[in-house]
Design a protein around this ligand. Structure first.
Ligand code: NDP
Length: 485
């Protein structure tokens, strides 16, 4: 290894292929920045097409042995991953704050969430259950079993550097697949640190390979041409998801896509307003708004609009903005200048069209990609922030009059990931939930992510599910044997 990591000797910066950290085949590297200070944190090996080939070769060579392990053995290794990760949660949380910018509170929450995928899938590995039945017409036996699909390529985003990786790696390993994971170039360090943990837990060489690369399109595209790759699991923008779906079609590879969102947050006139405000803070501000599940449009019944806005804006204003590592900071910087500038542009556009700024609305002076927690009211339907994923700490609020209107406006988007609904009337809550075109609903809850629940969207928010038993099924192929005896 040429360059020693700048953020501590225990964080590797090489490509992790076949159980070893190595330089890129052409020696290329790229810088990773701290978004709070704009300083370089580390220089990381920049994987090439040759490296991608080596990673797929390693994963393919390891596949037979890993798939042949008993489900219990695989489960016990995953359980070890959970124990090791849990013991180092604070280290991972600090690393995530450094490379992503999120507050340490958010990072600690993510570390706990990320670890849980190992525990859940440690328990799920032995629950790969088939079935036997008799063919109705012939009486022949129908034997159904689910077999590991092969090598899985995993592409993860920067907003949850640990959890988006463990949410894919744990079910893949539980199913018996081997993986090549390409982390986002903004935040590759967390996954590289995790690679060492896999080794310690007893994951055999080649089962998990981590391939940072700035040449994401070329490198992932190359891997998807390899017939040994049978699954592509991606979390990120709908735009990139579409490209990967096209590439997957060429080799008829199973796609699992967690894409963008445009989550509505509906508060009915009979809601507990304090609970709705608490939920809104989580749905909007968890991870600084950089989440596909982030509430993107607030629809508040006209009778409670002013009371909600007053309490919500007061809480938003009270959030301390600063370096995520500092005590008491509730909102760190956005991940990079581009993301911060997009947020600023969306606010300017809304204001130009007539929206009022109740709090925030500015980027603070000085270093770091910060943006103030912002609440906008009187936002016209034409404002771009209601149609585009904001991915930042901005809450556009609108009024509504009737239940039907709230549902119609919530559904008026090409996205369909999650919707939040606040009402004390459970029958209304369930009635509305069923009419929502989303994969998930938070009913009197501002948080839906849970390793034990199937996470995913409909419409242009994606295909497939992560978490729960369904998450493991994405890495299994069903085989049916017709037999007589
Ligand atoms: P991207 O979708 O571009 O990036 C996500 C991942 O895909 C990264 O690992 C990236 O690698 C990789 N990638 C990018 N282009 C390709 C490609 N052609 N082929 C294969 N992999 C590729 O998200 P951005 O970082 O650009 O964020 C843009 C917007 O996307 C955000 O503002 C937000 O709206 C949305 N987004 C949604 C997420 C979600 O959780 N659903 C997560 C992140 C973003 P690299 O980093 O090297 O470019």
């Amino acid at each position: 290894m040429k360059n020693e990591p700048l953020i501590g000797p225990d964080v590797p910066t090489g490509l992790y292929i076949n159980g070893e950290f190595r330089d890129a085949s052409d020696g290329g590297r790229f810088d990773v920045y701290d978004p709070a200070t704009e300083q370089v944190l580390a220089s990381v090996a920049d994987g090439t097409i040759q490296d991608a080939q080596a990673a797929v070769d390693a994963a393919a060579a390891a596949f037979e042995g890993w798939a042949a392990r008993t489900p219990r053995e695989r489960g016990e290794i995953l359980r070890k991953c959970f124990d090791l990760f849990s013991a180092q949660k604070e280290k991972f949380a600090r690393l995530m704050t450094l490379e992503n910018g999120k507050s340490l509170t958010d990072a600690r929450g993510e570390a706990a969430y990320a670890a849980e995928f190992f525990r859940w899938y440690a328990e799920e590995a032995p629950r790969n259950i088939g079935e036997v039945s008799k063919a109705p017409a012939t009486g022949a036996r129908i034997l159904v079993q689910h077999k590991p699909a092969g090598v899985a390529v995993l592409v993860t985003p920067w907003n949850f550097p640990a959890a988006m990786g463990t949410r894919k790696i744990a079910p893949a390993l539980a199913a018996g697949c081997t993986v090549v994971l390409k982390p986002a170039s903004e935040t590759p360090l967390t996954m590289l640190a995790l690679a060492k943990l896999f080794e310690e837990a007893g994951v055999p060489k080649g089962v998990v390979n981590i391939l940072p690369s700035r040449k994401s399109g070329a490198v992932v595209g190359h891997m998807l041409k390899d017939p040994r790759v049978r699954v592509i699991s991606f979390t990120g923008s709908t735009e990139v998801g579409r490209k990967l779906l096209h590439a997957a079609a060429d080799q008829v590879v199973t796609p699992a896509m967690e894409l963008g969102g445009n989550a509505p947050f509906i508060v009915f006139e009979d809601a507990d307003i304090d609970a709705a405000v608490e939920g809104a803070m989580i749905a909007k501000m968890r991870n600084g708004g950089e989440a596909c599940t982030a509430a993107n449009r607030f629809y508040i019944h006209e009778k409670v609009h002013d009371a909600f806005v007053e309490k919500f804006a007061a809480k938003m204003k009270a959030l301390k903005v600063g370096n995520g590592l500092e005590d008491g900071v509730g909102l760190g910087p956005l991940v990079n200048a581009e993301t911060r500038d997009k947020v600023a542009r969306l606010v300017e556009d809304a204001v130009k069209r007539g929206a009022k700024v109740v709090t925030g609305g500015k980027r603070p002076d000085g270093k770091g990609f910060f943006y103030q927690p912002t609440v906008l009211t009187d936002v016209p339907d034409s404002a771009e922030c209601l149609h585009d994923e904001i991915f930042g700490p901005v809450a556009p609020v609108q009024k509504f009059k009737t239940e039907d209107e709230a549902i119609r406006r919530a559904n008026a988007t090409e996205y369909g990931l999650v919707c939040y609904v606040y009402t004390k009337d459970l029958s209304r809550g369930l009635r509305v939930s069923e009419k929502l075109e989303t994969g998930m609903v938070g009913l009197n809850r501002g948080l839906v992510s849970d390793p034990a629940a199937a996470f995913g969207g409909v419409k242009q928010s994606g295909l497939g599910r992560e978490g729960a038993h369904e998450g493991m099924m994405e890495y299994l192929e069903t085989q049916y044997i017709s037999a007589v005896w």
